[in-house]
Design a binder for this molecule. Sequence first.
Ligand code: NAD
Length: 259
Amino acid sequence: MTARVSSKVSLVSGAATGIGQSIAARLAKEGSSVVVGDIDESKAQEVVEEINKKGGKARFVHLDVTNEDMWREVIALVETDLGQLDILVNNAGITIVETVDKMLLSDWRAVMAVNVDGVFLGTKCAVPAMKRAGGGSIINISSILGLTGLEKLSAYCASKGAVRLFTKAVALECGRDGSGIRVNSIHPGYIHTAMMEDTCKRDYDGDIPKGLAELGKLHPMGRVGQPDEIAAGVVYLASEESKFVTGSELVIDGGYTAV
Ligand code: NAD
């Protein structure tokens, strides 16, 4: 079988852990050179080592997605060192749990800075590079909570809803300008990562297995998802297999939003 993204260069934000780590590993396994961007250097370096040990091609860049200068520098570095940028996965995301009446404006802004500004800045800086490369694929990790609401997560839901429609607007720009850049969003259900273990600890008295089981029941398939089930969707949207797909929202949620 031929690798599905061979000779492509990918940049994945928030790739030191969880879904981003799995995306980086999967893209590398499918033949892409992967740039692992994160603010957590030590964990990101471990991800890079693991990929390279398995025969993949990966390197680390320090990337705070809220910082426009850093995005410019990282993308310039990718072009200089690796020739071009073909695939950008805007994955970094954070959540703050609070009812709206108690939520501080600073917390609201922190969520928006990473989840919305980060996706905007990454896309803004990647589009010119992808134009120079003759096309590309931008994949924005939204959430089921960009499609439906949940109490105590108003900032997160607002941010992920913004990512969904931002994606479609940019897909139209890039579809009509003939640049060959496709832009799509992915909407995971609950996925077993550190972010989700924090949710379990908070809501189920520290009992992670119980939390996973209870959260699993929210999905008609009866379980939470695994990071590699999201990475599989990313590879599809990154590869030529999806060459007619843009502005779409790929829901990977065990049926959560089908109810
Ligand atoms: P995670 O908390 O396990 O990992 C997030 C990563 O982003 C970490 O490596 C962290 O260091 C990095 N990060 C945080 N702020 C950053 C910044 N300013 N710049 C660069 N990197 C930064 O999260 P996860 O569960 O793997 O989630 C990944 C994405 O998937 C997020 O966008 C999240 O909203 C989304 N998502 C997660 C779930 C879930 O159940 N886990 C469900 C739907 C959507």
